[in-house]
Design a protein around this ligand. Structure first.
Ligand SMILES: C[S@@+](CC[C@H](N)C(=O)[O-])C[C@H]1O[C@@H](n2cnc3c(N)ncnc32)[C@H](O)[C@@H]1O
Length: 300
């Protein structure tokens, strides 16, 4: 079955090529040392994605361009194509149509060890972490949600394995929207989402300092968020660094235009200096924005 899964733009292409680069480097570097290399795609999608290039009318100097619809590889297919191969691959997805496309992908690769789980990413990841020993394996988990679905307790469980590198497409625009300027504008729904994302209510103190002194009637000063998107990104990185061995400077996406929608993080759970050193060498290279800057031809 072909499930039509249309999402993202150029930043999707870039995100997937960065993760693919890491997966190849990961299995190449660790294959001689580990018999158990796992890939876990927690928001796996359908294995393919549909890219639509819009029709453009003719201009005085250019011919019209017809609409093009292409089918490209999604993260699940990309992971299966990685060589040296992963020994075990887990796809977690909650949309039944995409799950059935992933089942087709599994059926085409019966020689591989692949599990497709139609489940919620947070509970499935926690179960997977709890039901396995991690001393003899190394894994990469890809967290590629649409929004703020990843809970803090899931990240804590992944970090505690000390064996998993986590690629996390963090929804910075989602955070910016939920964490409104004034603390008093945050309703119960937003408050619960932020607490689930950061694991406690400490974000209230940390993101909303008091501005000024109490007034003459003893009214407490207003509490406002002063951080801009770059500041919020630094805050998220510092929070993640509390639980992971290392968290690299993320890549802001999209790269070629504002506003920033996502921060692509690599979080390394193994605190051993050799593990951090290896992942940092590969990850910093892939996440360097200068590598991805698009040089456009100057227009006259
Ligand atoms: C941005 S897409 C992932 C795309 C995929 N990485 C790819 O490259 O093809 C996000 C996916 O997460 C799924 N999803 C959303 N919430 C989920 C949850 N709580 N648990 C599992 N999957 C979820 C959606 O159905 C969607 O397929």
């Amino acid at each position: 079955m072909i499930a039509d899964h249309e999402f993202g733009g150029q930043h999707t292409e870039l995100k997937l090529s960065i993760v693919e680069g890491y997966l190849k480097a990961f299995t190449t570097a660790l294959r001689p040392h580990f018999k158990n290399l796992w890939y876990i795609d927690a928001f796996a999608g359908s294995g393919t994605r549909t890219v639509r290039t819009e029709r453009q009318g003719a201009t005085l100097i250019e011919k019209p361009v017809e609409e093009v619809i292409e089918r490209r590889r999604g993260s699940a297919q990309i992971a299966l194509d990685v060589r040296p191969e992963f020994d075990f691959v887990v796809f977690i997805e909650k949309n039944p149509n995409y799950v059935s496309a992933l089942e087709d992908l599994r059926a085409k690769n019966l020689q591989r060890k692949i599990v497709v789980a139609e489940e919620d990413a947070n509970s499935a990841l926690k179960q997977l972490v709890a039901n396995n020993s991690w001393d003899d394996k190394r894994a990469v988990v890809f967290l590629d949600p649409y929004g703020m679905e990843v809970g803090w307790t899931t990240l804590q469980a992944l970090a505690a394995t000390k064996a998993i590198d986590v690629w996390f497409l963090f929804p910075l625009a989602g955070l910016f929207r939920q964490a409104t300027r004034k603390l008093t504008d945050i309703d119960e729904h937003k408050r619960a989402a932020l607490t689930r994302m950061f694991g406690s209510e400490s974000w209230e103190e940390e993101l909303y300092p008091e501005v000024g002194d109490p007034d003459m009637f003893g009214m407490l000063p207003e509490r406002r968020r002063n951080l801009n998107p770059a500041g919020l990104e630094r805050y998220v990185r510092s929070r993640l660094s509390e639980i992971f061995g290392a968290v690299l400077k993320p890549l802001a996406l999209p790269i070629d235009r504002g506003p920033q929608m996502f921060s692509l993080f690599l979080c390394i759970s193994n605190p051993a200096p050799e593990a951090i050193g290896l992942a940092t060498r590969i990850g910093d290279h892939l996440l360097n924005p200068k590598r991805h800057l698009i040089v456009r031809p100057a227009t006259k």
